[in-house]
Ligand binder design. Structure first.
Ligand code: WTA
Length: 630
């Protein structure tokens, strides 16, 4: 607990130490973990390669730091509280000791199926405790997990299986979400027509009928049958990959962000304990899905490393009605609640009636993540959920950063609506202008970079190191470029302004415009398309697609619906465009480049001043696009 920040001056002291003596700073924190062999050197790095190594030559297993290290101290403490999609189904409470045995037993089952250290294992599962068991069992044997959000389509799943050459898939029969029963295993079956794995392990959740291929597909309950519920954790190197998580970027193909073991372990625990000011016995709830980085770092690894009780919810905020979140907070006396602005905005629209019947007095800290939180949503969250007494931690970070980089320390850093406030210890930010000149001092606005490594940062993109270099380390020399715009105000506080690249953030989900365009273009009647984001009241950003089509075979309405279905099939329902406008042409320069600036303006409805359009091949097309705006 000595790593806990308790006061504002403590924060400044720690921050200063982390900058002047970074190696000593992180060594002190890493010393509280269990190492099979201590590291030789804390940090080796250059951002040219990039080549970043933390706790060099250290040997460990992250699950020993969750279990063996602590079982005698708090084996009986609840590790996971699971709340079903159905409020009438009894939840589950799993202690650290029980979870340890589940993880050991399942990791023994994986070994028996021939899964070894370094093998890639895809996890395509709903929000059930076995999904966390699956992740931890992989980590226990040194296999690299790659969780794919269970809402992604079979095509998206197949792409990921192929990219990381997965040996096995861990999945379920189906998934309960709201009033829907969603097929899961059949999506895996479809994906495996375009890819292959040796083993599929299926956890029974919905009990629906599924196809089981002989010799390839096995039931979870069968593979653990008779397996020992103890084992020795496999020794891995500090820099051995812990997991790959695919995320969208500016180009069409999602990239596999690689996180390694020791640095990720140290940073997720440290940031979790400090940002949320977690104390033993508190009930902590993060509403993310384990398919996203937030679920990895702040449902599973960070909280479990810190000995926290982490709540896992299978369902959705509006089922059976929009009071479900508040019901759950009352039911379990949740102390820290961490959700996304899109959920807050959606729930705001129901007013305070769904909240009033529930006792939210247990709450101590509220968190926000995934996209900029607008002031109105911030104030509503603060007043109605936090009863004007709970600090909000607006946490800025990314799949690539592994953990929270900019955030208030709950109850310690004075907050300001819509500001992520200040960097955590160890995080050295820089704001640069488009030419790469650093903007020093306060009251500046530019692109957000990080100039010094932190333990949980991305190491590479799977199978393509150059892509990692090009995407993050080439735009501004010697710095990690986040892709976000930022403002540092007169108080030195950071406010994230959103993406400055071709990534859009829809309900907190990252989507590459090129990725959506590629999916649209799969429709046989589509000739060309261009996708941009536009402001959306609930989702933060919506997807607006301009599409050139062969119109001779369909009505416009049918075509629009078919295009939406195509995108759903290729990526998943989350990528479905909100608006599709069929256009006669796209605003292109003479060199054939689409002027997205114009398309963004039309999509957001600011069509009075289109700026300079003289370099366009056909300026008239702009008027046609404005006239047909959706
Ligand atoms: C955005 C999610 C403003 C940002 C953890 C970032 C935010 C992208 C915030 C990463 C925040 C995340 N305020 N914007 N508090 N948190 N973002 O990889 O644009 O799914 O680059 O990681 O979400 O999304 P990702």
């Amino acid at each position: 607990m000595s790593d806990r920040i308790h006061t504002l001056s403590g924060y400044f002291y720690e921050y200063q130490k982390s900058v002047t003596e970074p190696e000593n700073f992180w060594a002190r924190i890493a010393d509280s973990f269990h190492w099979k062999k201590r590291w030789d050197k804390v940090l080796k790095w250059d951002f040219e390669g990039p080549n970043v190594q933390w706790f060099v030559n250290g040997k460990l297993n992250i699950t020993e730091n969750i279990f063996e290290k602590n079982l005698f101290a708090y084996g009986d403490r609840t590790a996971i509280i699971w709340e079903s999609n159905d409020p009438n189904e009894e939840g589950r409470k799993i202690s650290y000791r029980e979870l340890y045995h589940m993880v050991c037993q399942f990791s023994n089952a994986l070994k028996a199926k021939g899964i070894q250290k370094g093998d890639r294992v895809i996890i395509y599962m709903p929000m059930i405790p076995e999904a966390a068991v699956a992740m931890l069992a992989c980590a226990r044997i040194g296999a690299i997990h790659s969780v794919v959000f269970a809402g992604f389509s079979s095509t998206a799943l197949a792409d990921r299986i192929n990219d990381c050459e997965a040996k096995a898939i861990l999945t379920s029969d189906g998934n309960f979400r709201g009033n829907k029963k969603i097929d899961v295993k059949s999506v895996v079956d479809e994906a495996l027509e375009k890819s292959s794995v040796e083993t599929v392990i299926v956890c029974k959740r919905t009990g629906q009928e599924v196809m089981m291929e002989d010799g390839r597909d096995f039931w979870w309950h069968d593979v653990i049958e008779g397996k020992d519920d103890m084992n020795v954790a496999t020794e891995v190197d500090s820099e051995d990959p812990l997991f790959i998580l695919y995320t969208s970027g500016s180009t069409g193909k999602p990239k596999g962000v690689v996180h390694t073991t020791a640095g990720y372990m140290v940073y997720t625990k440290y940031s979790f304990e400090n940002v949320f000011q977690y104390s033993p016995g508190d009930i902590y709830w993060c509403t993310a899905d384990i398919g996203w980085i937030t679920g990895h770092s702040y449902i599973v690894y960070g909280p479990l490393l810190a000995g926290a009780t982490t709540l896992m919810f299978e369902g959705v905020p509006t089922y059976p009605d929009p009071s479900r979140f508040w019901q759950i907070i009352e039911k379990y006396k949740v102390n820290q609640f961490y959700t996304a602005p899109t959920a807050i905005r959606a729930l705001m629209s129901y007013g305070t009636d769904p909240i009033d019947p529930y006792n939210l007095d247990s709450l101590k800290v509220l968190g926000s993540v995934g996209e900029p939180i607008n002031e109105e949503a911030w104030r509503w969250y603060y007043t109605h959920i936090g009863q004007s007494r709970c600090p909000i931690v607006d946490t800025w970070w990314q799949t690539e950063t592994g953990g929270i980089l900019v955030s208030p320390i709950a109850g310690i850093t004075p907050t300001k609506p819509a500001f992520a406030t200040l960097p955590l210890p160890g995080i050295q930010l820089a704001i640069v202008d488009p030419d790469g000149n650093e903007l020093t001092g306060n009251s500046v606005e530019g692109n957000l970079c990080v100039r010094f490594p932190w333990p949980s940062m991305i190491r590479t993109t799977w199978g393509d190191h150059d892509r990692c270099k090009q995407t993050y380390f080439s735009t501004y020399k010697g710095m990690y470029f986040t892709g976000d715009g930022v403002k540092r105000d007169h108080d030195g506080y950071y406010r994230i302004l959103g993406r400055v690249d071709d990534v859009i953030n829809v309900s907190g989900h990252r989507m590459g415009t090129a990725e959506v365009e590629n999916a649209i273009n799969e429709h046989p009647l589509v000739i060309e398309s261009a996708v941009v984001g536009y402001p959306h009241d609930v989702k933060g950003q919506g997807i607006y697609a301009y599409v050139i089509c062969d119109m001779s075979h369909r009505t416009e309405e049918n075509l629009v619906n078919e295009i939406k279905d195509t995108v759903s099939k290729i990526i998943g329902p989350i990528a479905k465009p909100d608006k599709i406008q069929i256009v006669p042409g796209l605003p292109k320069t003479r060199s054939g480049k689409i002027m997205r600036r114009i398309l963004r303006k039309v999509a957001e409805g600011s069509t009075d001043n289109m700026g300079d359009t003289s370099t366009l091949l056909d300026p008239e097309v702009v008027n046609q696009i404005i006239a047909g705006r959706k």
